[in-house]
Design a protein. Structure first.
Length: 128
């Protein structure tokens, strides 16, 4: 039995289940172990013994994997929220810069128009 379960132990040691969705992967792997054991066992009585004794001994392990999954999900949600805030701040910063640049360009155009109007006015005055 321990031999059949060893791939799960290896994945736990590597931290492969400590990701968002890790508990679902852990449960899927446990189901595969159960199926493998049932195929190799001699009948349904051994399956009952297997379910009771072996997986009851793994309750704390399953709980730890579930807690890791929840923690990673929460961290990922927080990171996504942080990325959203950073993107929003960058967007508004770019918009503010665009507004400043447009305002500056409009002021320059207004100044140029005023200068041309004054020149036109002077030419009209001197040309009369």
């Amino acid at each position: 039995m321990t031999e059949i379960y060893q791939p799960i132990v290896d994945r736990i040691e590597k931290g492969e289940y400590t990701v968002s969705g890790g508990y679902q992967a852990y449960e899927k792997d446990r189901a595969k172990v159960r199926e493998t054991y049932v195929r190799k066992s001699l009948g349904p009585e051994k399956e009952k013994v297997f379910h009771k004794s072996f997986f009851e001994s793994k309750i704390s392990e399953a709980s730890a994997v579930l807690q890791g999954d929840k923690a990673m999900s929460k961290i990922e949600q927080e990171l996504a929220g942080q990325r959203f805030k950073e993107e929003r701040e960058r967007y508004f910063s770019e918009m503010e810069e665009t507004n400043r640049r447009t305002t500056r360009e409009l002021e320059e155009l207004r100044y140029e128009l005023q200068q041309k109007a004054m020149q036109y006015g002077k030419q009209k005055l001197h040309g009369m």
